[in-house]
Design a protein around this ligand. Structure first.
Ligand code: HEM
Length: 349
């Protein structure tokens, strides 16, 4: 149990400084900087997404979590942004857990492979190069014998760039992604970060729910469709413009097209965000993956302060979207990125 084991680790060591582990270097030493998972308008272009399970007894959980926090905090630099996120199974039943944190449910059409789903802990390393991300992962895992890898996937954001404050990239369906995200750091933080007064434990304020979905995409099948059909399935042109020609960074008005003559009612963006005045409160920061020519897709990743109002509300609306027949979700999970610093470790003790 996390609670018991952190307490045990702290006994006789003067607080949470566990014997053999140096004092924690807090990520909160840069108060004006966004936390690692929300740093920069565009995420760093390469990622290692690693889900871990505790490899030791329950009584070692607190210690193992400590070690993970320390190793992750130490790897952050100008070229690497890394963070950890807790799975529901990382916390004891009695822990003051984030209200929505649970095992990711199976949504209609999902075929979740247990070997690619869930996990006690998620570590995500993002970096300026694939080599840097791989090397950081190797070094980190070497220092974490308390954990064993449950699943792991490497991601990339082709054509990664920032335009008008938004991070954009090209997805495996050749469409530009990112326009629906907020452009201002304040709105990113507002959508993605747990606030006081939300009914969440005090320790969780400033943290984020992270959803990962490993979505296999039928790119061959997709590539056989015409561009016209593809654009009507997404609801935007490949370059992001709306189907009526409205520029990408302006707001579409679906109310003047109630029957979906311009933008079909089952188009992805229309299902994802039907009310243009109230965009879904989430921030997407996904990556493409390719494990073999016929196993490629999206490491869909989003952050939100409220899982039900964020990811789950959108996912339910996407159930029978036109794009569904080209996608298969095979893995991922629900996680909680603790707020910067190490106060959360104390709170869970
Ligand atoms: C199956 C793989 C997916 C693909 C290929 C895909 C692709 C896209 C594209 C091309 C856009 C338009 C550009 C943009 O606004 O970023 C978009 C928008 C969006 N997608 Fe997805 N997406 C996928 C899965 C998902 C999932 C699983 C969710 C959430 C449950 C989601 C939520 C959204 C939202 C909220 C928007 C913004 C809508 C707007 O404000 O206009 N997408 N997606």
């Amino acid at each position: 149990m996390l609670r018991a084991s952190i307490a045990a680790a702290a006994v006789g060591t003067g607080g949470l400084t566990v014997a053999g582990i140096a004092p924690l270097r807090s990520e909160s030493t840069h108060p004006d900087q966004a936390p690692a998972h929300l740093r920069g308008a565009a995420p760093l272009p390469h990622a290692q997404v690693i889900a871990l399970d505790i490899a030791m007894g329950e009584d070692q959980r607190g210690r193992a979590l400590h070690a993970a926090h320390q190793v992750v905090a130490a790897v952050n630099s100008g070229k690497i942004a890394a963070w950890l996120a807790l799975g529901a199974s990382a916390l004891s039943a009695s822990a003051d857990r984030p209200r929505h944190l649970k095992q990711m449910p199976v949504f209609g059409g999902d075929v979740l492979d247990p070997a690619q789903s869930h996990g006690d802990l998620l570590i995500q390393i993002t970096a300026t190069s694939a080599d840097a991300a791989q090397e950081a992962a190797k070094q980190m895992l070497r220092k974490l014998p308390q954990w064993r890898v449950r699943w792991r996937v490497e991601g990339v954001r082709p054509e990664n760039r920032t335009e008008s404050g938004r991070g954009l990239a090209r997805n495996p369906f050749h469409f530009t992604e990112g326009y629906g995200n907020p452009a201002s750091p304040a709105e990113i933080a507002e959508r993605a970060t747990v606030q006081a007064g939300q009914g969440e434990p005090a320790w969780a304020v400033g943290g984020s729910y992270q959803v990962i979905r490993i979505i296999r995409l039928a790119t061959d099948f997709w590539d056989r469709d015409t561009l016209h059909d593809q654009e009507h399935i997404i609801g935007r042109r490949r370059d992001g413009r709306w189907l009526d020609g409205t520029p990408a960074d302006e707001r579409a008005v679906f109310t003047s097209d109630p029957d979906g003559k311009i933008t079909p009612l089952d188009a992805h963006v229309r299902r994802a965000a039907p009310d243009r005045r109230h965009p879904p409160p989430l921030v997407r920061r996904g990556y493409n993956y390719q494990r073999s020519p016929d196993d490629q897709g999206l490491i869909f990743s989003c952050f939100q302060r409220d899982l039900e109002k964020g990811f789950e509300a959108v996912q339910h609306r996407l159930q029978d979207e036109a794009m569904a027949k080209y996608t298969l979700t095979v893995g991922g999970g629900y996680f909680f990125v603790p707020p910067p610093g190490d106060g959360w470790l104390d709170a869970l003790a």
